[in-house]
Design a protein around this ligand. Structure first.
Ligand code: TYD
Ligand code: MG
Length: 467
């Protein structure tokens, strides 16, 4: 027996409350709790195992049924998906409105319609838009040069209609739902985009994808805090979660996998938004270093790793005398981490950081998350303070500890190889490198300068050290 009940659900994290409250205790968000009606089974009782069927156990060792991966040929995207799409898998793709999710997925379906599926037949793609009319999507397709692509297009929002359509006839290979926040189930009273609608609609479509064996893309919009509002409740139900991020002021976009049951996480794909849609960027280091001017103090090239791929980015710092209230402003890096590096420079190397205005910028608008960028940030800061440029042919990486020691970071060989490929001649690295054997100087041709402590770094820039 089904009874309608009301409950109060946080639209940010999905926590459920019996009554309204101004603040969600689970995620700390304010004004996010909304009343929703739900149809749920009355008083869940223990089944006692009566009438249940016995399940069969098998060995761990066995041949998996499907190993085929559908490759679109857009290699940046295929790699982020773990090497192609698996039949029956569900991919949630989140990002700010206007970042390019619809464009990316339309290009993906266009590319997929050119290739063959596991059975050797042309891939059947379905694109269902709940946000744009058929004409709007057609206009975009024409702009992307995909007007002739064999993609079935529809504008719909009712999950019941969509499920009935996808369940009849021959199953498609790939289905795009753009976006899950516009979809609704007509038996639920809550508005589209609320947690119960997103959860119920997502659930139904996911079950259908598994049963019929098509790869399903669900688009979800992100709130300004960077979390998938509403769709966040889907994160644990889907196989892969991708974020499409980028800075509106810049042309490039990054597709980042944060969860993947079929491949590595933290893998990224880099794209550039042009008038003709998204272009792949096979060599991101070249893009991020394109506008670098050598021999300027306060600039340092960091050899980073994003997912499985090395990437060189320029870190810029400006240190200037402060007034009564010193300012610290960071773009593209963690502000807490900058404060830590400044505190270590002050306490362990005697540099007057607390009396300065400090601005830090990761050039190009990319966001760096690795602690391995610590030493590059420190180098940029010291260089700006001393007005002595970091050598233009040097890359820097290494994590910094609270006592000022420089710590080893993963995959130094990959970082050095990328630096050598991009024409750099020197690298400032930690002394103890993980897997030291693989980093012979002859391997890369780079001159390696090992830095054990930050005070050695200040020495290089002609600054006296205190301790
Ligand atoms: P869109 O894919 O609609 O974003 P989302 O689905 O994430 O909301 O992207 C829209 C933006 O992309 C819009 O600002 C225009 C820009 N754009 C281009 O610059 N070039 C193009 O070829 C296309 C199709 C869009
Ligand atoms: Mg869109």
């Amino acid at each position: 027996m089904v009874k309608k009940t009301t409950r109060f659900v946080c639209q940010n994290c999905g926590a459920v409350y019996p009554r309204w409250a101004g603040k969600c205790e689970a995620c700390g968000e304010w004004n996010c709790i909304v009343e929703e009606e739900t149809a749920e089974a009355q008083s869940p009782q223990s089944t006692g195992g009566k009438g249940g069927r016995k399940i069969e156990f098998v060995d761990l060792d066995g041949v998996p049924e499907t190993t085929f991966r559908l490759k679109s040929g857009i290699s940046e995207l295929d790699r982020v998906c773990g090497g192609g799409l698996v039949a029956g898998s569900v991919i949630l793709i989140g990002g700010d409105p206007g970042i390019g999710k619809s464009t990316l997925l339309l290009q993906l379906t266009g590319a997929l319609s050119q290739v063959c599926n596991a059975k050797g037949a042309p891939v059947k793609c379905v694109y269902i838009s709940g946000e744009e009319s058929v004409d709007q999507v057609r206009l975009r397709a024409a702009r992307l040069g995909l007007a002739k692509a064999n993609v079935a297009l529809a504008s719909a929002t009712n999950v019941r209609d969509i499920a009935a359509t996808l369940d009849s006839g021959e199953a498609p290979d790939v289905v795009v739902i753009d976006s899950i926040q516009t979809m609704f189930i007509d038996t639920l009273d809550s508005a589209p985009g609320t947690v119960s609608q997103v959860r119920a609609g997502g659930n139904e479509l996911i079950r259908l994808a598994k049963r019929r064996g098509f790869a399903l893309f669900l688009v979800g919009h992100v709130t300004k805090e960077g979390t998938l509002a509403g769709p966040r409740v889907l994160e644990h139900m889907v196989d892969t979660v991708l974020y499409f991020e980028g800075d509106r002021g810049h042309h490039f976009r990054i597709l980042r996998s944060v969860k993947n049951r079929f491949g590595a996480t933290d893998e990224i794909g880099v794209f550039e938004m042009t008038e003709k849609g998204l272009d792949e960027v096979p060599n991101p280091s070249a893009l991020f270093l394109a506008e670098r001017r050598g021999n300027i103090s306060g600039s340092c090239v960091y050899a980073g790793i994003e997912g499985s791929r090395p990437m060189l980015v320029e870190i810029q710092a400006l240190v200037s005398p402060a007034g009564a209230n010193p300012r610290r402003s960071v773009i593209g890096w963690d502000a807490g981490r900058l404060n830590m590096v400044c505190a270590v420079l002050e306490a362990r190397c005697g540099l007057p950081m607390s009396s300065k205005d400090i601005y830090l910028n990761v050039a190009g608008g990319i966001r760096v998350t690795e602690p391995a960028a610590d030493m590059a940030v420190a180098s940029a800061l010291i260089s700006s303070l001393s007005q002595i440029p970091v050598p233009a042919d040097a890359v820097v990486f290494g994590e910094i500890g609270l006592s000022g020691e420089v710590r080893a970071v993963p995959q130094p060989d990959l970082r050095l190889k990328e630096a050598a490929k991009m024409g750099f001649a020197r690298a400032l690295t930690p002394v103890k490198r993980v897997n030291k054997k693989s980093v012979k100087e002859s391997d890369t041709g780079l001159k390696i300068v090992e830095v054990g402590h930050l005070s050695a770094l200040t020495g290089m820039f002609g600054l006296a050290e205190k301790n």
